[in-house]
Each structure stands twice: as structure tokens, then as C-alpha cells.
Ligand binder design. Structure first.
Ligand code: SF4
Ligand code: SF4
Length: 175
């Protein structure tokens, strides 16, 4: 069966669109139709994941790090037979805003077939990624995060690409 994601082709397309979509996302919160855009994003999220099989991609695990909750560390450390302190010291660092992140990218739990070796107990952040279906975290208010995600995640790209095409290329029907 054909792959649902051609990662090298996606990377080329995303690089071509990076500047224009970054600029669009920077200003999206000022648009009059931002509520419509949020609604559209939820529908496009469903559409994207109906088409995309993440096992053909794995690019989030290859290029980004999850943000750990203390409960994630506790659960994963226990699974590995380590103390939370030992796990934290060996595998993580604290970034400049205090978030606990993986030291290494790709993630040390990513397998060659793009599966996660701790899938059942993976961090909460991984379970929800790319967070584009959360009503509590609407698309427009997450634009600064999606600005970093759309060129790495084909699903977020699908959402941004379609919104951009409808809002801008569609003759500004949705101002
Ligand atoms: S824990 Fe699993 S799902 Fe999360 S980044 Fe690592 S490999 Fe990916
Ligand atoms: S969430 Fe996005 S980046 Fe991660 S595997 Fe799925 S499509 Fe790829």
C-alpha cells in the first residue's frame, strides 16, 4: 500500500511555504473571522488524520521533544526500573522557561519503524500532539505554537495550508 506521507516531498513543500505561512500565522489573531478559522481548524484536523498514518511519518518524534509532566517522569522512570531523579538526569534537561525536555532528538524511545517503544505510557504531550483538536486551545490562540509545527507535521501543514487557501487565496471571502 502507498505511504500516506512522503516525508522528503513534504519537507520540500513545507520549506517553500514556510515564510508565507509563518507570516500568515503571526497575524491570524487579528482577523475578524478568527472564530470561523478555529471551527475550520477542528474540521481540518479530523480530515488530516483520516488521511495520514503517523507510522508513515514520525517526524514529531524525529525532530521535536515532548514537554514532560512530573507524572510522566514518574511513570516512565518506573517502567525503566529507574528513579525519577536518575531518569531526569540521564535523559532530560530544563529549558529556559522551566520545561523538562528530552536531551536527544530523535526521541530515545523512537523505533526504526516509527513506533514508540513506550506507547502505552508515553508522555501526555505526545498523546495529544499536535493538539489541533482541543476546543480549550483553539487554533488561532495557538498560532505561535503552530508556527513551529506546520513545517514539521504534515497534519498541521494540511490545516494551515487549507485555511490559508480559503482565507487568502479564496479571494478574502473570509476576512
Ligand atoms: S515518547 Fe514516544 S511518542 Fe513521545 S516523542 Fe518519544 S517516541 Fe515519540
Ligand atoms: S503527529 Fe504529525 S509529525 Fe507526528 S507522526 Fe503524525 S503527522 Fe507526523
Amino acid at each position: 500500500m502507498a505511504k500516506t506521507v512522503d516525508l522528503p516531498a513534504f519537507k520540500k513543500l513545507a520549506a517553500r511555504k514556510k515564510k508565507i505561512y509563518t507570516s500568515f500565522l503571526r497575524g491570524v489573531h487579528n482577523r475578524k473571522n478568527r472564530n470561523q478559522i478555529d471551527k475550520m481548524a477542528l474540521e481540518l484536523h479530523t480530515e488530516a488524520f483520516a488521511k495520514i498514518d503517523c507510522l508513515d511519518c514520525g517526524n514529531c518524534c524525529k525532530t521535536m521533544t515532548p514537554t514532560y509532566l512530573p507524572s510522566d517522569i514518574k511513570r516512565i522512570a518506573k517502567h525503566m526500573g529507574m528513579t525519577p531523579k536518575a531518569y531526569t538526569e540521564k535523559y532530560t534537561y530544563v529549558d529556559d522557561i522551566g520545561d523538562v525536555m528530552n536531551r536527544s532528538v530523535p526521541c530515545h524511545f523512537l523505533l526504526p519503524d516509527n513506533k514508540c517503544s513506550i506507547y502505552e505510557i508515553r508522555p501526555v504531550d505526545c498523546r495529544g500532539f499536535p493538539h489541533t483538536n482541543k476546543k480549550s486551545r483553539p487554533f488561532v490562540h495557538s498560532a505561535s505554537v503552530n508556527k513551529e509545527f506546520f513545517w514539521r507535521c504534515p497534519a498541521v501543514f494540511h490545516i494551515v495550508d487549507n485555511i490559508y487557501n480559503r482565507v487568502i487565496e479564496g479571494g478574502n471571502k473570509l476576512k
